[in-house]
Design a protein around this ligand. Structure first.
Ligand code: 4AD
Ligand code: MG
Length: 462
């Protein structure tokens, strides 16, 4: 195979008069009498390259009748463009690598996001999804750079886990037992002869294992897939999503809240610098939130608001706004409440802290008031909760009391409790939902459109 020049580098260097070979997929063909315009994209950047193919090119007839997403290789020289694009190619030869026919499911128009979800294997070839997934890559790189530069170690926490790290019971079981013949003991599935000899599940978090390593390496972060069998069919929930979970020894909630704000700002800044063309495209696409780029620039330079849960409830009850769910102290904040706070009241990201313990996880540090825990949620406009975190309960007695109160079987958590027995220190961490962060920065409104192959209740194609 002859080498190819990425379209990205052609546009970055714009060396007129030079010879190039580009390979990619056809975005459009416009045929006129003496020549045709062929526009291709090779996935390396948001830009398409336009080429002029003259009618004396040997395979002109075949080439000029190619359909969308046919694959071609073109060789030619770079010339100044007569049209809108900065440069274009004067093609000397075009090789057809493979031609699509009229059964190709994606056509130039009428490709709604809903339709494209059914064509998830092809949708990355559209401009919108190309942009989203290049931004996704940039945000992953930004994550590693942000934490690594701060001295955090990247930890690969396990995917298969013997404990419920959130204590919420929303786990996918992992088993090799024949589902038609599951042995039953005392009314429950008996896993004695199962692969692991006990009941295990896909992880809902890497936090508990992350805490073990924070107690040794000081600061760690995980970045991996997370599985939740919650039956939430919303635009913000996936059954399989990616989470970044930093965990810091000797840190309290304030420090981790600062870290969370710095991290989000860093992600925005990185995306604006690395993917300006993608973000410009996404900001002007049909259905994009108004003023996406202005919002991102604004947030990048703003201080995040900090309020306690108690203050949040006060603001909500004094707001005079009619909510579907009433907001009283002790009740969970619903998405409508979260969005009111961040979108209407403050118009900025908001960090809410010190929630009632009843609806927060067992591992969170208990406040002296006996009612609240050192939890935080970071809320952003358009999304609601993007980060959940807390200072951890480092006192063994208090942790055990809470686990007993929640009716948890402590036996599987012996190693987690050991952290409180040996060299226990104050520590804190959080989890950022990677897809929610991508939604926030790209302005995409459905979480299914920012992960390559979404898994949601009753949906696991591809
Ligand atoms: O608030 P969550 O459940 O917190 C934890 O899992 C903690 N163990 C984190 C920690 O302290 N280390 O989840 C964290 C974030 C949420 O704020 C949200 O952004 C995302 O993960 N998230 C989901 N994203 C997509 N689909 C789902 N079903 C999600 N559930 C949570
Ligand atoms: Mg949460």
């Amino acid at each position: 195979m002859s080498s190819r020049t990425p379209i990205r580098s052609i546009f970055e260097n714009k060396t007129l008069g030079e010879n190039f070979t580009v390979k990619g997929w056809i975005r459009s063909v416009r045929k006129s009498k003496k020549f045709s315009f062929i526009v291709i994209n090779d996935g390396t950047c948001q830009w398409n390259l336009q080429a002029i193919v003259d009618m004396d090119t040997p395979n002109y007839e075949q080439v000029s009748s190619l359909l969308l997403d046919s694959a071609i290789s073109m060789t030619g020289t770079l010339v100044e463009s007569r049209g809108k694009q900065p440069v274009e190619m004067q093609a000397k030869s075009v090789e057809i690598i493979s031609a699509t026919d009229d059964t190709y499911p994606l056509q130039k128009k009428a490709t709604s996001l809903e339709f494209l979800r059914e064509q998830a294997h092809l949708r990355a070839r559209t401009q919108t999804f190309g942009a989203v997934f290049r931004v996704r890559h940039a945000l992953a790189m930004a994550t590693h750079k942000f934490f690594s530069d701060k001295g955090f170690y990247y930890l690969n926490s396990p995917i298969i886990s013997a404990v419920d790290g959130e204590g919420a019971g929303e786990m996918f079981k992992v088993s090799t037992m024949d589902l038609a013949k599951v042995p039953v003991k005392e009314g429950k599935a008996d896993h004695t002869d199962d692969y692991f000899g006990k009941e295990v599940s896909l992880c809902v978090t890497g936090q508990l294992e992350g805490e073990c390593y924070a107690m040794a390496l000081g600061s760690i972060y995980t970045f991996g897939p997370t599985f939740r069998a919650e039956n939430s069919n919303t635009t913000r929930h996936l059954s399989e999503f990616w989470m970044i979970e930093p965990e810091v020894a000797f840190a309290d909630l304030e420090e981790i809240a600062d870290l969370a704000a710095d991290y989000i700002k860093y992600l925005i800044d990185y995306a604006l610098k690395e993917c300006p063309h993608e973000l410009e495209f996404l900001a002007t696409r049909e259905g994009a939130p108004e003023g996406l780029l202005e919002m991102l620039s604004h947030v990048k330079d703003s201080k995040f608001i900090r309020i306690t849960y108690t203050e949040a409830v006060e603001i909500l009850s004094k707001s005079g706004k009619k909510f579907e769910f009433p907001c009283t102290w002790g009740a969970e904040l619903q998405t409508e409440h979260e969005r009111f706070l961040t979108e209407e009241h403050f118009k900025l990201p908001v960090i809410v802290t010190d929630y009632p313990k009843e609806f927060k996880a067992f591992y969170m540090k208990q406040n002296d008031d006996g009612k609240t825990v050192r939890a935080m949620d970071v809320l952003v406009p358009g999304i609601g909760e993007i980060i959940g975190g807390s200072q951890r309960e480092d006192n063994l007695e208090k942790l055990e009391a809470r686990m007993d109160h929640d009716g948890m079987d402590k036996s599987g958590y012996w190693w987690y409790m050991d952290l409180r027995r040996y060299g226990s220190v104050p520590h804190a961490g959080f989890g950022l939902g990677f897809e929610r962060a991508i939604m926030y920065i790209t302005g995409m409104s459905n979480i299914r459109d920012v992960i390559p192959f979404p898994r949601t209740p009753k949906n696991c194609d591809f």
